[in-house]
Design a protein around this ligand. Sequence first.
Ligand code: ATP
Ligand code: MG
Length: 284
Amino acid sequence: MIKDKKHASKEPEKHAIKESKDITEEPLKESEEIISANPSENIEEAKEVRETRSGRTSRVPIGISGIDELIEGGLNPGALTLLTGTTGTGKTIFSLQYLYNGAKKGAAGVYVSFEEPVENIKENALKLGYDFSKFEKEGKVIFVRYDPFHAEDIYDLIESNIKKIGAKRVVIDSISALGLYVRDSSEIRRTIFNISLLLRKLGCTTVIISEILPLQNSLSRFGVEEFVSDGIIVLYYLRSESQFARSLTIWKMRGSKHSQKLHPYDITSHGIVVYPKEEAFLKM
Ligand SMILES: Nc1ncnc2c1ncn2[C@@H]1O[C@H](COP(=O)(O)OP(=O)(O)OP(=O)(O)O)[C@@H](O)[C@H]1O
Ligand SMILES: [Mg+2]
């Protein structure tokens, strides 16, 4: 049972319209407040935001080879992006690369796991060459696992860790795993909705992972995730003649002229590599 104290709304729809309007009007103000809390640690990030304000760049690069050019250079600052795909498509690896590439440039990040123990996630990251230990020591990255038996509630866990390090990049892995803790479908939807409101309020550029079942003909498990997101990236792992092949598509990206093609990608010993000039031809 998700504890639902101060952020939960009894009337999510009405609340949503009001909250999201306020937040989207001033997304950079939130970022600046977080930056000024840690001025010395966030010089690079502050530069990124100043550049954003001056119009030189308006994007948060994911940093995975080949992907940013499909979405006009990166994610919109403060946007929520749903990363969806079946098991083993590389959703966790994608998100680790997103946080790692941000931390390298000075953008602090929080990884919230609902499922896999954080030690396993970091160990797998290290195998791909992403050593988060130095960023953790510097207070640039926090990995945290939601434990339903712990006293802290889900919203406090997310908010306190983001504020602790002034995180700009957040990963939720995965929103589908909420079903492990919450049985009632309307409560799950309300929780997803409130998490998205909280992340918008905090001004974080967020990747929310959603796991779908093979042959499932929708983008998410609970049917609400796609609507609370500004962007959707779908990862496919489908049969192509005698073997399986990986491809991705940008399903939606609000405010962006994005690729509408299916692009092949690989998971290599250094992580995901996308081929933006190539097209995949797969049977869905
Ligand atoms: N060093 C590597 N070289 C090539 N491929 C790898 C390597 N490490 C992992 N992979 C691939 O990545 C897959 C796992 O990726 P990841 O854990 O990110 O998937 P996921 O979508 O998060 O899965 P889940 O739904 O189980 O959480 C493996 O099944 C494997 O195919
Ligand atoms: Mg995973």
